[in-house]
Design a protein around this ligand. Sequence first.
Ligand SMILES: Cc1ncc(COP(=O)(O)O)c(C=O)c1O
Length: 395
Amino acid sequence: MTKKSGWRPETQAIHAGITGYPDRGAVAPPIYQTSTFQFHDTEHLNDILSGKVEGDIYTRYGNPTQRAVERTLCALEKTEAALVVGSGMAAITTTVLGLLKTGDAILTVADIYGGAYHFFHDFLPRLGIETIMVPSHEVSDLEAAITPQTKMIYVESPTNPLLNILPLKEVAEMGKRHGCLLIIDNTFSTPINQTPIDFGFDIILHSATKYLGGHSDILAGVVAGSETLVEQLRKTMRILGPTLDPFAAWLLLRGIKTLPIRVERHNQNAQRLAEYLEGHPKVSRVYYPGLSAHPGHKWAKNQMRGFGGVVSFEIEGTGLDAAKFVESVELMAMAPSLGAVETLITQPVTTSHRGFAPEDRAKAGIKDTLIRVAVGVENFEDLVDDFEKGFAALG
Ligand SMILES: Cc1ncc(COP(=O)(O)O)c(C=O)c1O
């Protein structure tokens, strides 16, 4: 599906999805902002449906702008195919609903994205699908929780918000031994920092709202994997309907062109920020896989090309102090989400993990004093000046 398989990621990000528009010489692709497509006659419709000629029918079934971004994404994730959908949650729900049935179980870790947690805990039980959450990142603990019903292992690495690392190759090998499908939410890493297909994962998901889009201006999701699995999920998407609007697909395509250089800068800023926080007297703990003291550093070094743009830390004091800190900074926006050019800061207990049951939050190790920083690509010294404002507000 890629235009040229020999290209490296920086080149793929720019060129893989664009097939060229020689009739007009447009360098940027057009947006097919249409809900439906017209046929010449019934024979033409039949030829499109049978695949005899190329063509489209209706945008929920497919659209050239969506396909351009899908070509780019499968080139970057090194998968056979990719599907774009309307949000990261749509990628998660479409994948689970498209692959599991009543009586099946999912195995996951304790510190996953809050939206996925709610889908697993509040929605799936209605369909008779159980979720087993393991408060550990040890493969042996995950394996011990597998039952005959476990059909899917669902992970994030690094996890949200504590940046825990799972040894992906070992997890995939263990899952395969038990006949499970291996699913990973690769939002935090992006394909620039990590390509989980290399370790045996079947489906790679993204909230493309984050780094892939990169500019806090769209919601989008991605499912990447084999032709067979992605086709099954494309059929599910057509039924459930979380289509990505063509304009959002076009903005996503544009955002991805600069993904490699943005991620390089996110990685650098985050590493420097983690080191600055590690030496700060008002910080009790820093979570960043690029720090040698991080428990998952060894695994991260093996499986990642960069450690990502999210840094979490606990401040000395109380949850109220953490709230005061995020309210006192000026450059950084107190806003949920991550992966954009601008730095965003949150207190997970009041945002992404607000709805977790208190015991599940404790299991996941998410404290009231925890602050998550989605480091942007601004000048690093300006970010440090802003952090100093936050610390000064604590007195
Ligand atoms: C790791 C992760 N996965 C999935 C999602 C959901 O993505 P969306 O908001 O695009 O539905 C998020 C959103 O914050 C996330 O952080």
